[in-house]
Design a protein. Structure first.
Length: 281
C-alpha cells in the first residue's frame, strides 16, 4: 500500500504581541509566523483495520496525547472513514522550543491523511479541525507565512523578504502555560494595524518573563544581540529558542561559526510556502 512521506516544517514568530485577554482566559495575540526549511518528517501508511498506530513514540509523551495520533483520530472521527494509519515520526524540531514542532506534526498528519485517505477536504475544513488541536496548528495548514490575530487562528497571508536564520536552542524546556500565566506578563501592547507594518520594530512580550525564569535563554539571546548584521533578534513563541535573521546564507553561517562552545544551533532558510501547501485547496 502507498506510504506517504510528509515534511512538518518549524516556524518562527518574528514578533509576538499580547494585546489583551478573553473572558475564557485565552490571550489575544498579534504575530507574524515564518515557516522554516527545517522539518520533522512523517511517514504515513494506510491500515485497513481502522487502527491509528504510532510506531515512533516520543519519550515522556503517552501515545494518546501525541498530537499526530490525536490529529489522525479526530480526522477519522469527523470524516467517518474506516481506514487507519501507521505513523512513523522522525523528530528534528526541539520540543518546548517555540518552533511549533508538535503543532506542525499535527497539521502535517491532517494534510497527509486528507490525501492518503482520499478525503478531498478543502483547506477551510481542515483549518477548523486543526484549531481544535491547538492554536498554532492552523498556520501550518494555511500553508504560507502569515500575520495572525485572535488566539493565533485569524490568519492573513503576508509576503516576507528572503531571509536566513540562525536559531539557537538553549537546553531548557519552557512550559507555555507557565509563561502565559505569569503575573509579570504585560497584556496591553497597543494593537498594530494590518500590513504594511515594520516587523523589525516588533517585539516578543513573552521574552522578558522567559529570560527571568530561564537564565540560559537570556544568555543565548544576549549573545545573538552582540552580533553585527541581524535584521531581527528575538525569542520565538514562548521559547526557549532564540534567533537572528540575516539577508544571506553566508552571513547566517558566519554567525553560526562563531557560536561559543556549549551553545547549539542551526541555520535554516525562511520558506514562502509549506512544502505540502497543495495537499488541500
Amino acid at each position: 500500500m502507498t506510504r506517504l512521506a510528509c515534511p512538518a516544517p518549524a516556524k518562527l514568530n518574528l514578533f509576538l504581541h499580547v494585546v489583551g485577554r478573553r473572558e475564557d482566559g485565552y490571550h489575544l495575540l498579534q504575530t507574524v509566523f515564518r515557516l522554516l526549511d527545517f522539518s520533522d518528517q512523517l511517514h504515513l501508511a494506510p491500515r485497513k483495520d481502522g487502527l491509528v498506530k504510532l510506531h515512533t513514540p516520543t519519550p515522556g509523551v503517552p501515545e494518546d496525547n501525541d498530537l499526530c495520533v490525536r490529529a489522525a483520530r479526530l480526522l477519522q472521527q469527523e470524516s467517518g472513514i474506516s481506514l487507519g494509519v501507521d505513523i512513523f515520526l522522525e523528530k528534528r524540531i526541539p520540543m518546548g522550543g517555540g518552533l511549533g514542532g508538535g503543532s506542525s506534526d499535527a497539521a502535517t498528519t491532517l494534510l497527509g491523511l486528507n490525501r492518503l485517505w482520499g478525503l478531498g477536504w478543502k483547506k477551510s475544513r481542515l483549518l477548523e479541525l486543526g484549531l481544535k488541536l491547538g492554536a498554532d496548528v492552523p498556520v501550518f495548514i494555511f500553508g504560507t507565512n502569515a500575520f495572525a490575530e485572535g488566539i493565533g487562528e485569524a490568519l492573513s497571508a503576508i509576503a516576507l523578504p528572503v531571509a536566513w536564520y540562525l536559531v539557537l536552542t538553549p537546553p531548557v524546556h519552557v512550559p507555555t502555560m507557565q509563561v502565559f500565566s505569569s503575573e509579570e506578563l504585560t497584556r496591553n501592547t497597543i494593537p498594530i494595524k494590518i500590513p504594511p507594518f515594520s516587523i523589525e520594530h516588533g517585539h516578543n512580550d513573552l521574552e522578558p518573563v522567559v529570560c527571568r525564569l530561564y537564565p540560559e535563554v537570556a544568555r543565548h539571546l544576549e549573545w545573538l544581540k552582540q552580533l553585527d548584521g541581524p535584521r531581527i533578534t528575538a525569542m520565538t513563541g514562548s521559547g526557549a529558542c532564540v534567533f537572528a535573521e540575516f539577508a544571506t546564507e553566508r552571513a547566517a553561517r558566519s554567525a553560526l561559526s562563531q557560536v561559543p562552545s556549549g551553545m547549539n544551533g542551526f541555520v535554516a532558510q525562511g520558506l514562502d510556502h509549506h512544502p505540502m501547501h497543495d495537499f488541500a485547496e
